[in-house]
Design a protein around this ligand. Structure first.
Ligand code: HSE
Length: 432
């Protein structure tokens, strides 16, 4: 074994960074044996140096991340700061000063992955980011390496733990969105500002990364269609239950049947209780991958949290250190197919539409005509009269597969019918 240690600069020492530092210390001998050289924490860049950090030598702590990265003898920079800047500049500086990078930064990778990969390749460095998607769950490496000989057609998953916790709570207790969010906040699952999670931004960044790797193409955050889950109601869950379904916030990346394009989207959807993703409870994540030869694979586990995310960071650190010792770099960007990303209007799926309608002769026929005129085929219809005697009924229509554009046209026309008092909800049905 080489005795001269590989030097690691840790950028960020929050929930994940502190766990990375802890595991580097407690598992030092095992890590050295697996890598073939010891790894040494050469510096820890933080914003608040006065905070006491158990197990970290205060002499290693600095507020000058740039100087640490530029110090010239750093082999690997571990970036767990998050956000676009200063993370992006620090990563590019690391490449230019001889270091490879392990990052957990989904937002940055989803936005600027191509440029960062290009610079890493130009400089002969590694850029690894297993921790950026679904915490501890191995996904990037299986897609990039284990499935490199196969053809992935679909990636469908729950990639945000906070929203899965909220939806699971609504499902199991009948709670409304706000009540379930309040509980998630009290238990520390949801952040004080939950926007990135509940509006689907976090999941969309992960979908962009997964789609790009799975289909060997370029998918940016802006290419991902996104709907959050703040509008999901207890009534939607009641309706899902009647259909033998539950509701999940899904990230769905698909290769078109003709192979000539891809789509990536994040939105709430009903899935049958028989689907394996339906039984993913609490803050867990799970991702279904469908490929030509392997068939269906499911990856499941904790998608967030300090230690689980640090596990993924450490796995990357070991791989990057091994590459460094062997004088090589690992697999980099593989976006050679350059497939276009189709707009949401071209996505084809099933829909559950809940309408408030006048309860009088001919209404069902009128509604059915609108669907027919837009080429959307109805699978089932359920009508329930209201007990309040107001002459209104709830009409729930579930369609066969139709394009999003056709469905939107249908809903617009339905809204213009005098007998349709309101469109209570529209939800996609997936996983069948
Ligand atoms: N906020 C994310 C989640 C974890 O709830 O899954 C980090 O991506």
């Amino acid at each position: 074994m080489r005795t001269r240690p590989l030097k690691v600069a840790l950028l960020g020492c929050g929930v994940v960074g502190s766990e990375v530092a802890r595991i580097m210390t407690t598992h030092a001998d095992d890590l050295a044996a697996r890598i073939g050289a010891p790894v040494e924490l050469a510096g820890v860049a933080v914003r608040r140096p006065s905070k006491v950090r158990e197990g970290i030598d205060p002499a290693l702590v600095t507020t000058d991340a740039t100087a640490l990265v530029k110090s010239g003898d750093i082999d690997v920079v571990v970036e767990v700061i998050g956000g676009i800047e200063p993370a992006r500049t620090l990563i590019t500086t690391a490449f230019e000063h001889g270091a490879s990078v392990v990052s957990a930064n989904k937002a940055l990778l989803a936005q600027d992955g191509a440029a960062l990969h290009a610079l890493a390749e130009e400089q002969g460095r590694d850029l690894y980011y297993e921790a950026a998607v679904a915490g501890a769950i191995p996904l990037i490496r299986p897609l990039r390496e284990s499935l490199a000989g196969d053809k992935v057609n679909r990636v469908l998953g729950i990639v945000n733990g906070t929203t899965n916790f909220i939806l699971d709570k609504m499902d199991s207790t009948g709670a409304g969105y706000q009540e379930a969010l309040d509980e998630a906040t009290a238990l520390g699952y949801a952040e004080a500002d939950p926007t990135a999670d509940v509006e689907g931004f976090d999941a969309a960044a992960k979908a962009a990364i997964l789609a790009g790797i799975a289909f060997h193409t370029r998918v940016r955050l802006d290419d991902v269609y996104r709907e959050g889950m703040t509008e999901v109601t207890a009534a939607d869950f009641a309706s899902a239950t009647r259909m033998g379904c539950t509701i999940k916030l899904l990230a769905i990346c698909e290769r078109a049947v003709d192979g000539g394009s891809v789509t990536a989207r994040v939105h709430p959807a009903m899935i049958p209780l028989s689907h394996p993703l339906a039984s993913v409870r609490g803050a867990y994540n799970a991702v279904f991958v469908e490929s030509d030869a392997a068939g269906q694979l499911m990856f499941y586990g904790p998608g967030a949290g300090g230690a689980p995310t640090a596990s993924a960071v450490l796995g990357d650190l070991v791989a990057v250190c091994r590459n460094k010792l062997s004088g090589a770099t690992g697999p980099g960007d593989s976006a050679y197919t350059q497939l276009p990303v189709s707009p949401m209007g071209e996505v084809v799926t099933r829909y559950h539409i809940s309408l408030d309608v006048a309860d009088k002769p001919g209404v069902l026929a009128q509604v059915a005509t609108v669907f027919a005129e837009h080429g959307v085929s109805i699978d089932t219809v359920r009508q329930q009269g209201r007990q309040d005697g107001g002459g209104e009924a709830s009409l729930v229509v579930v369609t066969h597969r139709a394009s999003d554009a056709s469905l939107n046209g249908t809903v617009e026309a339905l809204r213009n019918l005098d007998t349709v008092r309101g469109v209570a909800s529209i939800m996609r049905v997936e996983g069948e």
